[in-house]
Design a protein around this ligand. Sequence first.
Ligand SMILES: [Zn+2]
Length: 277
Amino acid sequence: MKPAAIFTVDVEDWYHAAVMNRNLAGSPDHVPEKRLFCNLQYLADWLDHRNATATFFCLANWPAEINQLLRKLSDKGNEIASHGVSHKSLHHLNGKQILAELRESKEKLEQVVGKQIRGFRAPNFSITDEAIDLLPEAGYEYDSSVFNVKWHPSYGRLKQYPIQAKPYAFENGLKEMPLSTFGPDFFSIPVAGGAYFRHVPFGLYKRMAYSLAQEGYFHFYIHPWELDLKHPYPPKIGRIDKLRHFRNLHKVPERLDILAEQLQFESIEAYLSRRKH
Ligand SMILES: [Zn+2]
């Protein structure tokens, strides 16, 4: 039997990525092409085909066709969770603004799918102590924003609360479903997905992912745009940013197929409910 692994998706369009956003700021008249619908549909079919489920962390306020797709994903057994409203890093918002985004996204997504929204992921993994305090107040049961990559300049740093690489609970009762890292704490390699899925040599990546899944916890994440072979880019994108965002992007669909042959992907909801019994 294949070991189980968590599959999560940050539901946003290509221009929400921090690198793209920064590059688009230099061309204020450029209207970025919306690609989310077809990319999300591709991912929905891909999961279906593999009998897998996923947790989709969604921004709120999408047009009707995206909402219908989210409803369809939810009806098929996937989990819809919150990724906030503005996609601003939490360190740029005050407590009142964070609470407002947590509440608004939960309420709107619950209207879309007709089910309770239980989980949250901070934009760009920018989790803060304050947000950990506010999440239960806004009605959330778990957070999934802890990504223990000490050298990354913009990932969140919890100071009062512990940081771990496997699921754990804070003293206020909120559960944490961290993104996967491999190896000892200070030198840990981020293996959860995103840029690391494209840049770490794939043979090594695969071995680390499989070994974590066998130990009981591997958490993978992806954005719908990473599967877009016709991915657009800003008119004035810098060379380094282009390399960072596009290098090996064309290999992602094939790599994902290989991972799915070795691992049985499931949503956070499915993972947590298996552990309740
Ligand atoms: Zn995001």
